[in-house]
Design a protein around this ligand. Structure first.
Ligand SMILES: *Cc1c(COP(=O)(O)O)cnc(C)c1O
Length: 482
């Protein structure tokens, strides 16, 4: 007599049978036969295991096919893909920080597709240096004597500490011992570079004499760190850059600042005035400043070190630099972005133009989006209640810059309890082929318009229609059943 287990096992289809199904072909084309076979084998083994473990299990052929199809579909879809940022957070680290200007994108495509002058001087027919493409531009825009680029700001800080203070001491205020985005913690970075960290002051107040008392023969650096997405308010004080600079220079110590987001232009017109620009930091006497290229600067992921020529020259020859060198596409994007600053075309840099956009402009964009949405929705039949409205939003710069500053913005809110909670709706929007990442306010989903690109409206409206029609996005009409 057959046992239940044997009976159920027999219902599980064979590999050959599955491979002969017509809908498998498309996955063999996108994933290759080996990957398809491997995936099916994993799923079939799991099915067999559950038959053995669960005595009530009934094998369902349709379900198995569905699971395989879903699995292969997911594997066949690239995971690094475009999304719609409707959060109003301009420099959104999880969504790729800054977007490149059109000119930068065009130039990157050219450099990526062709041989280039990356490390070549056509004049002499000899070797050039990749840093030369951007060094003079950075100096021109910041007033620095010299500049060097590496992969990101974290790398810039590690390079500087390793080259300047390994085996020696660096003084940091306890108010600035921050963690930035999980893995970048100042004490850990210090340890990694072999620098002895000397903490001074307290979390909320550090005075000049705290620094002065901590300077010894072993001190190489006074380090100032931008607290990033963290702000100490109330009874607090820190020492002005000018005073730290004087103290450092009187003691033959280097004054370094990790500025985080490198602003090249003054954004005080949009109430972002707490932080200095790179040139202001240098002018106040800082010897070496490090910053990111893809935060408020609006370029690609890159780390920049600017400052005194003799310090930069030391870093240029430090062996670690070779491991941190910048890719040609990044360099090209950075050079193009810097040239936009040079020309005064900062409005062509998406991050800058998004930050600068006024509430009025955003309000009219939100109105336009709302009208388009309503026009399209009219064309379909919806028999439940939902509400679309213009709402004021509190947008932010993001990327650890100006954590206190709110940029007044506008958006379109969606209230549709028949589709589930706002959390459910937000999740459905995230699961679209082009995910829509929206904000939320109470029981509404909010599409902030500040961070939308021109074509994003189409994705939002399509997704909205899909949601309202209650259509399952995977139901593409293909008959995949046996
Ligand atoms: C963002 C930030 C960093 C890290 O910069 P990456 O370019 O992301 O490596 C380091 N320090 C500060 C103060 C920052 O704000």
């Amino acid at each position: 007599m057959k046992t239940h287990i044997q009976e159920e096992m027999r219902k599980i289809p064979s590999m050959d049978k599955i491979l002969s199904l017509p809908w498998i072909t498309q996955f063999e084309e996108s994933l290759g036969r080996d990957t398809v076979k491997g995936s099916i084998s994993v799923l079939l083994n799991a099915e067999k295991e559950s038959v053995i473990k669960d005595l009530d299990k009934h094998v369902n052929l349709e379900e198995i096919y569905e699971r395989i199809r879903e699995f292969l579909k997911r594997k066949g879809t690239p995971t690094l893909k475009q999304v719609v940022n409707a959060t109003g957070v301009v420099v959104h680290t999880n969504l790729g920080r800054s977007l490149l200007a059109d000119e930068a994108i065009d130039n990157v495509a050219k450099i990526a597709a062709n041989y280039s002058t990356l490390e070549y001087s056509p004049e002499n027919g000899s070797r050039g240096h990749r840093n030369n493409h951007v060094e003079w531009l950075i100096c021109q825009l910041t007033g620095a004597e010299a500049a060097l680029v590496v992969n990101n700001n974290a790398a810039a800080v590690i390079l500087a500490l390793s080259a300047l203070s390994k085996g020696k001491e660096a003084i940091v205020s306890r108010g600035e011992l921050v963690e930035i985005g999980g893995s970048f913690r100042i004490p850990d970075i210090m340890a990694l570079s072999g620098t002895e960290m000397v903490e001074v002051g307290t979390t909320n107040r550090t005075h000049l004499k705290d620094y002065a008392n901590a300077i010894t023969e072993e001190t190489k650096l006074l380090l100032k760190i931008h607290p990033s997405n963290y702000k100490i308010t109330g009874f607090s004080s820190s020492v002005p850059r000018e005073e730290l600079a004087t103290l450092a220079h009187n003691n033959n110590v280097i004054f370094m600042e990790d500025l985080g987001s490198g602003m090249l232009v003054d954004l005080s017109s949009v109430c972002l005035s707490d932080d200095p620009t790179v040139s202001e930091s240098l002018m106040s006497g800082v010897d070496l400043v490090t910053f990111s290229g893809d935060k408020l600067l609006g370029g690609p992921q890159i780390g920049v070190l600017v400052g005194k020529k003799e310090i930069i020259d030391l870093l240029r020859t430090y062996p670690l630099l070779r491991a941190l060198r910048v890719d040609k596409m990044t360099l090209c994007a950075f050079e193009t972005t810097l040239r936009l600053y040079l020309k005064g075309d900062v409005n062509k840099i998406p991050t800058i133009s998004m930050v600068m956009e006024t509430a009025e402009e955003l309000k009219s964009r939100a109105n336009l989006l709302l009208r388009k949405m309503k026009k399209e929705i009219k064309k379909i039949n919806i028999n439940f209640n939902f509400q679309l409205d213009i709402v004021e939003t509190r947008d932010t710069v993001g990327g650890g810059s100006f954590p206190q500053s709110v940029l007044k913005g506008y958006g379109v809110s969606l209230y549709a309890p028949s589709l589930g909670s706002s959390g459910n709706i937000a999740q459905s929007l995230r699961m679209m082929d082009t995910p829509i990442i929206a904000g939320a306010s109470e029981d509404k989903v909010v599409f902030h318009v500040r961070t939308l690109r021109k074509k994003d409206e189409i994705f939002i409206i399509d997704s909205l229609l899909k949601l309202l029609k209650g259509r399952n996005e995977f139901a593409d009409g293909r008959d995949y059943k046996e």
